[in-house]
Design a protein. Structure first.
Length: 140
Protein backbone atom coordinates (compact mmCIF):
# COMPACT_ATOMS: atom_id res chain seq x y z
CA UNK A 1 0.00 0.00 0.00
CA UNK A 2 1.20 3.52 -0.75
CA UNK A 3 2.43 5.91 1.91
CA UNK A 4 -0.43 7.68 3.70
CA UNK A 5 -0.05 11.42 4.01
CA UNK A 6 -2.35 14.05 5.35
CA UNK A 7 -4.55 15.36 2.54
CA UNK A 8 -3.47 18.84 1.46
CA UNK A 9 -5.84 21.79 1.51
CA UNK A 10 -5.87 22.12 -2.32
CA UNK A 11 -6.83 18.45 -2.67
CA UNK A 12 -9.56 18.79 -0.05
CA UNK A 13 -10.97 21.86 -1.80
CA UNK A 14 -10.84 20.15 -5.21
CA UNK A 15 -12.73 17.15 -3.82
CA UNK A 16 -15.23 19.53 -2.22
CA UNK A 17 -15.80 21.22 -5.59
CA UNK A 18 -16.44 17.85 -7.27
CA UNK A 19 -18.80 16.84 -4.47
CA UNK A 20 -20.72 20.10 -4.70
CA UNK A 21 -21.85 19.12 -8.22
CA UNK A 22 -23.08 15.74 -7.02
CA UNK A 23 -24.66 17.24 -3.92
CA UNK A 24 -26.46 19.86 -6.01
CA UNK A 25 -28.08 17.11 -8.06
CA UNK A 26 -29.05 15.23 -4.91
CA UNK A 27 -30.57 18.35 -3.36
CA UNK A 28 -32.52 19.01 -6.53
CA UNK A 29 -34.02 15.52 -6.25
CA UNK A 30 -34.74 16.07 -2.55
CA UNK A 31 -36.47 19.34 -3.44
CA UNK A 32 -38.53 17.59 -6.11
CA UNK A 33 -39.62 14.99 -3.55
CA UNK A 34 -40.52 17.71 -1.05
CA UNK A 35 -42.50 19.63 -3.69
CA UNK A 36 -44.38 16.49 -4.67
CA UNK A 37 -45.24 15.82 -1.03
CA UNK A 38 -46.28 19.46 -0.64
CA UNK A 39 -48.53 19.27 -3.74
CA UNK A 40 -46.26 21.61 -5.67
CA UNK A 41 -46.68 24.47 -3.23
CA UNK A 42 -43.86 26.82 -2.28
CA UNK A 43 -42.03 26.47 1.04
CA UNK A 44 -42.10 30.25 1.51
CA UNK A 45 -43.92 30.00 4.83
CA UNK A 46 -41.46 27.44 6.22
CA UNK A 47 -37.96 28.32 4.97
CA UNK A 48 -36.11 27.22 8.14
CA UNK A 49 -37.73 23.78 7.94
CA UNK A 50 -36.91 23.39 4.25
CA UNK A 51 -33.32 24.54 4.81
CA UNK A 52 -33.03 22.11 7.72
CA UNK A 53 -34.40 19.32 5.54
CA UNK A 54 -31.76 19.99 2.87
CA UNK A 55 -29.05 20.16 5.55
CA UNK A 56 -30.16 16.76 6.87
CA UNK A 57 -30.23 15.24 3.37
CA UNK A 58 -26.68 16.52 2.77
CA UNK A 59 -25.50 15.20 6.12
CA UNK A 60 -27.08 11.80 5.58
CA UNK A 61 -25.47 11.47 2.16
CA UNK A 62 -21.99 12.58 3.27
CA UNK A 63 -22.11 10.54 6.48
CA UNK A 64 -23.14 7.43 4.56
CA UNK A 65 -20.25 7.89 2.10
CA UNK A 66 -17.74 8.50 4.89
CA UNK A 67 -18.88 5.42 6.85
CA UNK A 68 -19.04 3.14 3.78
CA UNK A 69 -15.61 3.31 2.19
CA UNK A 70 -14.46 6.60 3.70
CA UNK A 71 -14.88 8.49 0.44
CA UNK A 72 -17.30 10.60 -1.51
CA UNK A 73 -17.01 10.62 -5.29
CA UNK A 74 -14.87 13.78 -5.18
CA UNK A 75 -12.61 12.25 -2.54
CA UNK A 76 -12.25 9.13 -4.67
CA UNK A 77 -11.27 11.21 -7.70
CA UNK A 78 -8.65 13.12 -5.70
CA UNK A 79 -7.41 9.99 -3.89
CA UNK A 80 -8.22 11.06 -0.36
CA UNK A 81 -10.00 9.05 2.31
CA UNK A 82 -11.51 9.77 5.69
CA UNK A 83 -10.68 7.41 8.54
CA UNK A 84 -10.34 7.28 12.29
CA UNK A 85 -7.04 8.43 13.75
CA UNK A 86 -6.05 4.75 14.13
CA UNK A 87 -6.71 4.03 10.44
CA UNK A 88 -10.02 2.23 10.95
CA UNK A 89 -13.25 3.23 9.13
CA UNK A 90 -15.09 6.03 10.88
CA UNK A 91 -18.17 5.36 12.96
CA UNK A 92 -21.58 6.96 12.32
CA UNK A 93 -21.37 9.21 15.37
CA UNK A 94 -17.97 10.49 14.17
CA UNK A 95 -19.46 11.27 10.76
CA UNK A 96 -22.27 13.26 12.39
CA UNK A 97 -19.85 15.14 14.65
CA UNK A 98 -17.59 15.91 11.70
CA UNK A 99 -20.51 17.09 9.54
CA UNK A 100 -21.84 19.33 12.32
CA UNK A 101 -18.48 20.94 13.02
CA UNK A 102 -17.66 21.25 9.32
CA UNK A 103 -20.97 23.06 8.75
CA UNK A 104 -20.32 25.39 11.65
CA UNK A 105 -16.77 25.96 10.41
CA UNK A 106 -18.06 26.77 6.93
CA UNK A 107 -20.35 29.47 8.30
CA UNK A 108 -17.44 30.85 10.32
CA UNK A 109 -15.46 31.68 7.18
CA UNK A 110 -14.25 28.15 6.45
CA UNK A 111 -12.19 28.01 9.64
CA UNK A 112 -12.32 24.22 9.70
CA UNK A 113 -10.52 24.03 6.34
CA UNK A 114 -8.09 26.87 7.05
CA UNK A 115 -7.12 25.05 10.25
CA UNK A 116 -5.26 22.57 7.98
CA UNK A 117 -2.68 25.25 7.28
CA UNK A 118 -1.68 25.68 10.94
CA UNK A 119 -2.31 22.15 12.23
CA UNK A 120 0.87 20.16 12.88
CA UNK A 121 -0.58 17.12 11.05
CA UNK A 122 -2.44 19.12 8.39
CA UNK A 123 -5.87 18.07 9.68
CA UNK A 124 -9.02 20.18 9.68
CA UNK A 125 -10.63 21.43 12.86
CA UNK A 126 -13.67 19.23 12.20
CA UNK A 127 -11.37 16.20 11.90
CA UNK A 128 -9.62 17.06 15.15
CA UNK A 129 -12.92 17.40 17.00
CA UNK A 130 -14.39 14.21 15.50
CA UNK A 131 -11.16 12.26 16.05
CA UNK A 132 -10.85 11.48 12.34
CA UNK A 133 -8.21 12.21 9.74
CA UNK A 134 -8.10 12.79 6.01
CA UNK A 135 -5.33 10.90 4.25
CA UNK A 136 -4.19 11.04 0.67
CA UNK A 137 -2.56 8.65 -1.75
CA UNK A 138 -0.37 9.50 -4.75
CA UNK A 139 -2.22 10.61 -7.86
CA UNK A 140 -1.42 8.47 -10.91
Amino acid sequence: MAQQLSASLPRRLAALLYDMFLLTALLMLATLLALLLNQGQSFGRYPPFFTGYLWLVSGAFLSWCWCHGGQTLGMLAWKIRLEQQNGQPILPYQALIRYGYATLGFWLGGISYWWCVIDADGQSLADRLAKTRMVSYPLR
